[in-house]
Design a protein around this ligand. Structure first.
Ligand SMILES: [Zn+2]
Length: 99
């Protein structure tokens, strides 16, 4: 059960609502880039701490640096070289969860 569903269940009971609800997580990316226009689009609904914001920008710049949108071995190597493998693992997980 994801964190939203757990909260939904709890609050639903508090409200005395008996209906079942479904939560659909939309796959809006945290950020996207355009190589052509050199634009980095950041999801405006993100509400992240400074560490994550720093990572987000670094992550997107790494795409520009390598000229690929892929999260290739080379890409991860570049991230790891700056932040260390463990940190990158944690931050990438946060990235996939949009914070
Ligand atoms: Zn990426």
């Amino acid at each position: 059960m994801n964190k939203y569903k757990a909260i939904l269940e709890e609050e639903r009971k508090d409200f005395g609502i008996n209906d079942d609800f479904k939560i659909i997580m939309k796959k809006m990316k945290a950020a996207s880039i355009s190589f052509k226009t050199r634009i980095i689009r950041i999801n405006k609904e993100l509400d992240c701490d400074q560490e994550f914001i720093n990572y987000l920008i670094y992550h997107e710049l790494a795409h520009f640096k390598l000229g690929t949108e892929l999260h290739s071995k080379e890409f991860l190597k570049l991230l790891n070289s700056k932040l260390g493998e463990e940190k990158v693992k944690i931050l990438e997980k946060r990235y996939s969860e949009r914070c």
